[in-house]
Design a protein around this ligand. Structure first.
Ligand SMILES: [Zn+2]
Length: 565
């Protein structure tokens, strides 16, 4: 089990000055836009999820909120510190708060139960929510048309707003396309409301200022996610020693302002390779969009260096670099420079032919390589016969037991046993080199686990864990996590085999900001095989037969992922 990041803030009321952005759009309705801070916890109106397609019902008599979608039903009662989610009881970091006619839930709950990426920017008292999924799965065909609609609307509104608006609007359109595009590539689940919500903002305001705000936040959500990352995991992150501690929550603001100081020193494209040189390390968010084919990189907390701006005559709005190489998959590289309030630089590669991409990041450098698109159905761009390096990470170790099962058996032992079994199987594969982050009951820090894989330039990183939920003995099932878009196909493949092997409840493939995943440059997945807090599953997880099956499933998944028969 890995503890989710906790985003907290100073204990003050920001009810009048704070604002909420959902998928890049500022919520303006009075009952949606309010933020409450209770005991250092940021609380947001639960009705926000209506914008994602959930139905929200309030029973005044019972003081209960019921949220429903096709997938789940959530019930919460005012002043109670737990929520009922289907058959699970979920503890809330702050109980449901009723103020006026609005009920508030902790921001963290939004992240966990509605698949939202959340961030609280303490500097500007703003909550950013970005959906990875919606209540109802949408048909991906809908999204293929979305970018066109967006272009049309942008043009109309752009006229009203004046000359400078053209470029920012393009940026906004790209932002909308970004969400939909990554869906049409099948890497994420649908977010149907995104496009239309975004359109509301675009057409509704028609003011230059707010338009660039729209643009800013469209990408800002990505940036802010990373800001949240730093805030939440700063115990081991680059902001040293602040910790995920409410008492030092102000460091969130410091972190954010520090992070906006990152500068791009050069953007270079040659030989199908985009190289971005930075003055500091940054982990960009990268995704593909089709129709037309583009690859987008969002660099949070980043601006262009003065030297770069001068050299390239960069102006506010969208700038571009033409690619004149004959055999290039890209026709041009565009980069958007936003206003000073913004903290994200977006770089877009316009493709002249469909291409696969692979991104790697190092100290102060980001490299994105384009390669020939593999045929439909193929899983991995690598079709060469090179040996693959796979790093298997047994979670926890030594003084860090991980979670403890109901009968007292500890997660670290299960993880290690599984890793060793997977190693045994993969050692028999001539095309695979397998390396474990630990081979015995020792502790390796999370950054060091990822660093090992990065140093080896591994082709895949698999972290093995077992799950637990306090006080909910019935919680059960298997789930797989990924962080970067390049990891989604690996996570899908792992999960497919894992579910077959465990035969447990399918808790699906999920996005999460886990440190070992975030820090790994290659496709990386984290497996939560089953629940040690569930007596039945705990017993199962420590049987030899089950472990052998799961180890075989993991090995099979890795082989299929790399196309090794
Ligand atoms: Zn764990």
């Amino acid at each position: 089990m890995i503890v989710l990041l906790l985003i907290s803030a100073n204990s003050q009321a920001y009810a009048n000055s704070a604002s909420i952005f959902l998928n890049g759009t500022q919520l303006s309705a009075a009952n949606l836009s309010q933020v409450e801070i209770v005991n250092n916890k940021v609380m947001v109106p639960i009705r926000v999820v209506e914008e994602l397609g959930y139905s929200v019902d309030w029973s005044k008599a019972e003081q209960t909120v019921t949220i429903q979608s096709k997938q789940k039903t959530i019930t919460m009662t005012v002043n109670e510190s737990s929520a009922q989610v289907d058959d699970r009881v979920v503890m809330l970091s702050s109980s449901l708060l009723l103020k006026g006619n609005t009920s508030f839930v902790p921001l963290r709950f939004m992240s966990e139960e509605f698949g939202l990426e959340v961030n609280w920017d303490n500097r500007i008292k703003t909550v950013y929510l970005t959906s990875n999924e919606t209540a109802d799965t949408q048909d991906s065909l809908e999204f293929l048309e979305e970018p066109k609609a967006e272009v049309g609307k942008s043009a109309g509104a752009g006229t009203a707003a004046g000359a400078t608006t053209g470029s920012p609007r393009t940026g906004a359109g790209t932002a909308a396309g970004a969400t939909t595009g990554s869906m049409s590539t099948g890497t994420t689940t649908g977010t149907g409301t995104t496009g239309s919500t975004r359109t509301d903002t675009t057409t509704g305001t028609g003011i230059t200022g707010s338009m660039s705000t729209g643009t800013t936040t469209g990408t800002g959500t990505t940036g802010s996610m990373s800001t949240g990352t730093t805030t939440g995991t700063s115990t081991t992150g680059s902001i040293s020693g602040t910790g995920a501690n409410p008492a030092t929550a102000a460091s969130g603001a410091d972190a954010a302002s520090t992070l906006t100081n990152r500068r791009i020193e050069d953007i270079h494209f040659t030989d199908n390779r985009l190289t971005i040189t930075m003055d500091q390390t940054v982990q960009p968010k990268v995704f593909a969009i089709s129709q037309p084919d583009r690859i987008v990189l969002d660099l949070p907390g980043t601006a262009l260096s003065d030297a770069f701006s001068v050299k390239n005559s960069a102006e506010a709005g969208v700038n571009q670099i033409e690619v004149e190489e004959e055999y290039s998959f890209a026709s041009k590289v565009r980069y958007s420079l936003f206003d000073s309030k913004s903290s994200t630089i977006r770089i877009v590669l316009d493709l002249s032919a469909q291409a696969d991409y692979r991104m790697s990041t190092g100290e102060s450098i980001i490299v994105l390589e384009l390669s020939e698109k593999t045929v439909a159905g193929a899983i991995h761009p690598d079709t060469d016969n090179a040996r693959k390096i796979v790093v298997i990470d047994a979670g926890h170790g030594d003084q860090d037991n991980g979670t403890t099962g109901v009968s007292g058996r500890v997660e670290k032992d299960f993880n290690l046993t599984m890793a060793l079994k997977v190693e045994e199987l993969l050692k028999q594969e001539p095309m695979i080199d397998v390396v474990l982050t630990r081979y015995d009951d020792t502790y390796v820090t999370r950054p060091d686990r990822a660093k090992l894989a990065n140093d080896l330039q591994a082709d895949a990183f698999i972290s093995i864990h077992a799950n637990s939920v306090l006080n909910i003995p019935t919680a059960s099932g298997t789930e797989t996590y990924y962080y970067s878009d390049i990891s989604k196909p690996l996570a899908d493949m792992m999960h497919k085999h894992l579910i077959q092997a465990t035969q447990l409840r399918d808790r699906k493939v999920k996005y999460n900001n886990y440190e070992v995943l975030r820090r790994s440059n290659m496709p990386a997945a984290l497996l939560e095989v089953g629940f040690l807090s569930n007596a039945e599953e705990e017993a199962l997880l420590f049987t030899e037969d089950f472990q052998d099956r799961v180890a075989q499933g993991i090995a099979d998944a890795i082989k299929e992922y790399f196309g090794i028969v």
